[in-house]
Ligand binder design. Structure first.
Ligand SMILES: Cc1cc2nc3c(=O)[nH]c(=O)nc-3n(C[C@H](O)[C@H](O)[C@H](O)COP(=O)(O)OP(=O)(O)OC[C@H]3O[C@@H](n4cnc5c(N)ncnc54)[C@H](O)[C@@H]3O)c2cc1C
Length: 410
C-alpha cells in the first residue's frame, strides 16, 4: 500500500513550516538509522508478531535514546526530540514498515506527559530522564475488581500519616506489573464528596514492602496482565503527582492519551500489508473461489478503514499538540482502531487455516519451531490477543458513551 503523507493538516502554532523535501530527507534519515541499528533478531520477532517484553523494548529504547530519539513526542526541554507532527508520524510509519519494536507506552505516552504538565520540578528531574533511557519501567494501576468502566468507584485507599501515605487495596489487569519498577496508581484519599473527587495519583515503587503481584494468564497463553495486592504499603508524600484529591483530572488526561496511541495505526497498516500479500499469493496459486473472493472484500473494507484511521490519527495528534484534543476524538479513534485490529487479525486467522489453532498453542512455548510455524503460531496468538483490544484502555461501549455525550449531549 502506498502511503502519501497529506499536507493539509493545520500546522501547530509556533511550528516552523517545512517543505516536502525536508520530510523526504527526514524519512531517509530515519530509514537509514533504523535499518543499520535495529538488531535483526528484534525485527524478526516483530515481523512474526511476537509479544514484546521489557528486555526487547528496553534494548531498542536504549539504542534510540543514545541517538537522541528516545522520546519522539516530547519537547526538547524534557529531553525529547521536539519533532513536529509529520516527523512524529513518519517515525512511527518507518518504524512499523521496518518491523522495529514499538516504544513502550506507559512511560513515554502516558505518565511522562502527566509529570511534565502536573509534576513538581523534583519529580520531573527524578522520573523523566529514566523513562527516556529505558532504565525505569512504569505500569498502570487504575482498574480494580469493582472498578473498570466505572473507574471512579475505585476503593484502594491511601491514608496520610505524617510524611507518607499508607495504601491498602487491590488492582487488577495491571499490564507488565511483573516487570515494572513503578506503578502510577489512582487511590482514594477521601470519601466525603462526589466519587470523582477524593481520588489521588501516586507513583508507587513496586519493590515497596506489602506489594504482591500475581499473574493472570490470558486466552492467548501470554502472561502480561496481573493482580496487584497492596497491604499497608508506605508511599512517601513526595510521590503524589499533582494535588491530593484531584487525581481524576490527571487520570482523564492520561486516558485521553492512552486512547490516542500514535503507533497503533501504522502497525495495523503494516499487518494489513502482510495479510494482503498472503491473500494475493493464494489468489495467484489457487485462482478465485467464493471464500477467497469474500476475503478480498474484507480486505478492501479494512484498507478503507485503515485509511480513515490514519486520517483521524493525524488530525488528533495535531489537536493534541494545540491543546484542543476532545475526548470524543480519542475515543472514536480507539473504537475504530480496535475494530480494525480485530477485522485484520480475523481475516489473517481465517486465511491461515483455523483448524491449526489447537496445535499452534502448545504447552511448551519454548520448543523450537520453524520460521513458518512460528509465524502461524503468532498469528493465532495475535488473533486471540486482539479480542482484548475492545476491552483494554476502556471498552468499546464506553467509548461510544463518551462520543455520544460529547457530540449529542446524551
Ligand atoms: C489485556 C488487558 C490489559 C489491561 N491493562 C490494564 C492496565 O495496564 N491497567 C489498568 O488499570 N487496567 C487495565 N485493563 C483493564 C481495562 O481497562 C478494563 O478491563 C476495562 O476498563 C473494562 O472494565 P471491566 O473489566 O471492569 O469491565 P466492566 O466495566 O465490568 O464491563 C463489563 C461489560 O459491561 C459494559 N459496560 C460497563 N459499563 C457500561 C456502560 N456505562 N454503558 C454500556 N456498557 C457498559 C462493558 O462495555 C463490558 O462489556 C486491561 C484489560 C485488558 C483486557
Amino acid at each position: 500500500m502506498e502511503h502519501v503523507l497529506s499536507t493539509d493538516y493545520d500546522t501547530p502554532p509556533g511550528t516552523e513550516v517545512r517543505d516536502d523535501a525536508f520530510y523526504e530527507a527526514f524519512r531517509a534519515e530515519l530509514r537509514q538509522f533504523m535499518e543499520a541499528n535495529c538488531p535483526p533478531e528484534l525485527r524478526t520477532k516483530v515481523r512474526n508478531a511476537h509479544k514484546m517484553a521489557r528486555k526487547e523494548y528496553s534494548e531498542w529504547q536504549r539504542i534510540l535514546a543514545a541517538k537522541g530519539w528516545g522520546a519522539p513526542g516530547w519537547p526538547v526541554e524534557y529531553g525529547g526530540t521536539g519533532w513536529d507532527l509529520r516527523q512524529r508520524y513518519l517515525f512511527e510509519e518507518v518504524s512499523a514498515e521496518l518491523d522495529c519494536p514499538p516504544l513502550y507506552h506507559h512511560g513515554l505516552g502516558h505518565i511522562g506527559p502527566v509529570i511534565m504538565h502536573f509534576g513538581t520540578p523534583e519529580q520531573k528531574a527524578r522520573f523523566l530522564p529514566r523513562i527516556i533511557d529505558g532504565s525505569e519501567w512504569w505500569c498502570q494501576g487504575y482498574s480494580e475488581p469493582g472498578a473498570g468502566s466505572d473507574l471512579a468507584s475505585l476503593k484502594t485507599s491511601a491514608v496520610r500519616q505524617g510524611d507518607h501515605y499508607v495504601v491498602n487495596g487491590q488492582k487488577i489487569w495491571t499490564s507488565h506489573a511483573q516487570e515494572a519498577d513503578i506503578m502510577y496508581t489512582l487511590v482514594r484519599t477521601s470519601v466525603e464528596a462526589r466519587k470523582q473527587q477524593g481520588i489521588t495519583l501516586l507513583a508507587i515503587p513496586l519493590d515497596t514492602p506489602g506489594i504482591e503481584v500475581r499473574p493472570i494468564h490470558t486466552i492467548d497463553h501470554w502472561h502480561h496482565v496481573n493482580e496487584v495486592f497492596l497491604r499497608d504499603v508506605k508511599v512517601p508524600v513526595e510521590n503524589c503527582i499533582g494535588e491530593e484529591g484531584t487525581g481524576w483530572k490527571y487520570g482523564k488526561f492520561l486516558l485521553d492519551r492512552e486512547r490516542l496511541s500514535p503507533a497503533s495505526v501504522p502497525r495495523l497498516i503494516r499487518q494489513l500489508e502482510q495479510v494482503e500479500k498472503v491473500l494475493l499469493e493464494r489468489l495467484r496459486e489457487q485462482g478465485t473461489s467464493p471464500s477467497l473472493h469474500g476475503a478480498l472484500e474484507r480486505l478492501f473494507v479494512a484498507r478503507a478503514s485503515a485509511q480513515g484511521a490514519r486520517e483521524m490519527l493525524l488530525s488528533a495528534i495535531t489537536e493534541e499538540i494545540q491543546g484542543t484534543l476532545a475526548s470524543s476524538k480519542s475515543s472514536a479513534l480507539k473504537l475504530h482502531a480496535s475494530e480494525l485490529a480485530q477485522a485484520i487479525s480475523s481475516l489473517a486467522f481465517d486465511l491461515a487455516a483455523p483448524e491449526l489453532a489447537p496445535r499452534l498453542l502448545p504447552d511448551d512455548e519454548e520448543a523450537p519451531v520453524s520460521d513458518a510455524e512460528d509465524r502461524e503460531r503468532q498469528l493465532v496468538h495475535t488473533y486471540l490477543f486482539y479480542r482484548s483490544r475492545s476491552i483494554a484502555g476502556g471498552t468499546s461501549e464506553v467509548q461510544k458513551n463518551v462520543i455520544a455525550r460529547e457530540l449529542f449531549g446524551a
